[in-house]
Design a protein around this ligand. Sequence first.
Ligand SMILES: Nc1ncnc2c1ncn2[C@@H]1O[C@H](COP(=O)(O)OP(=O)(O)OP(=O)(O)O)[C@@H](O)[C@H]1O
Ligand SMILES: O=C(O)c1ccc[n+]([C@@H]2O[C@H](COP(=O)([O-])O)[C@@H](O)[C@H]2O)c1
Length: 193
Amino acid sequence: MKKVGLLGGTFNPPHIGHLIIANEVKHALGLDEVRLMPTSIPPHKSNPTDATPEQRLRMVDLAVEGTNGLSVSAFEVEQGGVSYTFETMKRLKEHEPGSDFYFIIGGDMIDILPNWYKIEELVKVVKFVGVGRPGTIGKSDFPIRMVQIPEIELSSTLIRERIGSNGTIRFLVPEKVENFIRLEGLYGNPTNN
Ligand SMILES: Nc1ncnc2c1ncn2[C@@H]1O[C@H](COP(=O)(O)OP(=O)(O)OP(=O)(O)O)[C@@H](O)[C@H]1O
Ligand SMILES: O=C(O)c1ccc[n+]([C@@H]2O[C@H](COP(=O)([O-])O)[C@@H](O)[C@H]2O)c1
């Protein structure tokens, strides 16, 4: 079986924290690849109005460009609607019966896992892999394999706030993502710092 990691997220925008997580888990668990998979409509947060699903997908594409073993999955964006992980995994497993999926989540998601759609059934069809995140508890009664990573206090929220206040986002997002944000004029005032 091919060992495939999935890092689902809103990626509004993707930041280096996402890349660190994906790469650390890939190496720690010896996965064949990790796919970053942007949601269409995220289930547990308000639907972003500042970037379209296609723009978020494009930014993830740029973020993984040239990386070894990291790629992007357009599966949820193409499906449309609310991206419930249970539904996604059911369909993905049908598409790829030869793959074993590892769904990667950060501490904030671990904390709200009991509220996920059909979680009791979901934990039976997918292996959850957890990573710590500053400011979260990151513990669960559900089976989650924890991977130790160098934790980073970085979020898409911080990136959006920095751009909005004309602050620097240099090194916090891949250079190509920053260029795209500026070109498209996303998140308010594109920074020149
Ligand atoms: N700094 C981080 N440390 C650990 N996990 C993270 C980090 N940033 C994001 N994640 C995890 O990556 C996945 C996708 O995150 P998402 O795209 O929602 O980014 P975010 O930074 O949490 O966004 P926002 O600030 O808009 O809520 C989630 O499982 C989240 O827990
Ligand atoms: O299926 C659910 O109920 C569910 C609830 C919250 C989050 N998720 C998934 O977890 C991933 C990270 O979510 P988010 O909100 O941090 O972008 C993303 O792939 C979501 O679809 C899934």
